[in-house]
Design a protein around this ligand. Sequence first.
Ligand code: OAD
Length: 243
Amino acid sequence: MDISPELIRILREARRVAALTGAGISAESGLRTFRDAQTGHWAQYRPEELATPGAFRRNPKLVWDWYAMRRGRVAEVEPNPGHYALVEMAQHVPHFTLVTQNVDGLHVQAGSRDVIELHGNIQRVKCFDGCGVVETWEETDDVPRCSSCGAYLRPDVVWFGESLPFGALESAVEAARACDVFFSIGTSGVVQPAASLAYEAKNRGAVVVEINLEPTPLSGKAEFALHGKSGDVLPALIKRAWG
Ligand code: OAD
């Protein structure tokens, strides 16, 4: 793994580090990325046709079953060395903020604390009418109802066309603007507003480091673009910096 000594020096001296992760960090746990997940019965639907409030309104059971399938896959997998490396990084850096677009909860399961989950969490459900009820997901065949107002419960994730959870984006932007080093890990960097965080960081003088299997629109703007699996690159980075 070719990691520049300059990056290691910068990382050791950094006071504030922020990291944004995407579906790629969970790929080595065995979870397919968002757009690759449509197989079998679900191959006939595009994710964009299922992950919307309109789709749920039209056919709550269809959307519920799709999320139940996805949640089932999450339940079968474990965090991988990439997730654990970020737990370790937080122990070495004075101020570390982890922001994720993933709804799988694997960062928390690995032991990361105060994770900013920009797109929600598939382990929770909330009231579709927005009465404020949020609960842990229980297995049911039919779409469950809200115990408070009787509306349907829906996954507590962000759907296309919806705003991000209150405060989450604000905290993520704050961390991006304040950090010395910003990592963009396993994300295609095309979904806003998450994709803008790297640019917020760069505009405030942070060193941007990308870790991805392949080049993305961010690669040319990043000071360091490390191409490889996050489960290999992150542990190697930690070992070189603090091992
Ligand atoms: P994508 O599926 O768009 O991109 C996954 C990225 O991970 C790609 O750039 C891959 O090259 C990279 N990748 C795959 N395996 C990797 C590995 N082992 N190590 C490192 N990189 C790897 O996923 P996201 O960028 O997370 O939003 O997608 C962002 C959002 O798009 C999702 O959160 C979802 C979707 O709309 C919502 O559901 C609101």
